[in-house]
Design a protein around this ligand. Structure first.
Ligand code: ATP
Length: 141
């Protein structure tokens, strides 16, 4: 049995990751899935959340918003609507997106698209949580 997974994370604009991994965690449709080499094949929708993988003693974190993952015993392929490395997350931008969404919810205008604003708020919160994983704060910007 393979003892390494080949991981690819692809977004609409780029191949974000092509690397080997000892294990991968993804936000699947029914909760977080921990994938080790030799995992049974499956395809799952991805939710909003954090992807992480470890390789050579280091763990890498990503914020992800929707998409699909295909798991094979020696390979994990993630097609994400959007995904960012923890280190690349623009914390100020996420804080501003969060503040905008919170303000829209506070104002509760009659034509507010509640679901869209809730979703924008969660995207921003996930980005902030994942950025914090990399010790990345607004002060760094
Ligand atoms: P904003 O309101 O700040 O534009 P958003 O949640 O509406 O955020 P998305 O539509 O989810 O943004 O993403 C659009 C593109 O911008 C994607 O490529 C995504 O990876 C990138 N992106 C969005 N927010 C950030 C961020 N805080 N840091 C880095 N990249 C981001």
């Amino acid at each position: 049995m393979a003892d390494t997974l080949h991981l690819q994370i692809v977004t609409p604009d780029k191949l974000l990751v092509r690397d080997d991994a000892d294990q991968v965690q993804i936000p699947g449709k029914s909760g977080y899935l921990g994938i080790l080499p030799g995992h049974a094949p499956l395809i799952t929708a991805l939710m909003l959340g954090e992807i992480s993988y470890s390789h050579a003693g280091a763990t890498h974190y990503f914020a992800v918003a929707w998409g699909f993952a295909e798991v094979l015993p020696d390979k994990v392929t993630i097609l994400a609507d959007s995904a960012e490395r923890a280190e690349d997350i623009d914390v100020k931008r996420a804080q501003e997106a969060k503040a905008r969404a919170e303000e829209a919810l506070r104002q509760a205008a009659p034509d507010l698209d509640y679901d869209a604003v809730q979703y924008a708020l969660r995207r921003a919160e996930v980005r902030l949580e994942v950025a914090a994983r990399a010790g990345h704060t607004a002060a760094a910007h």
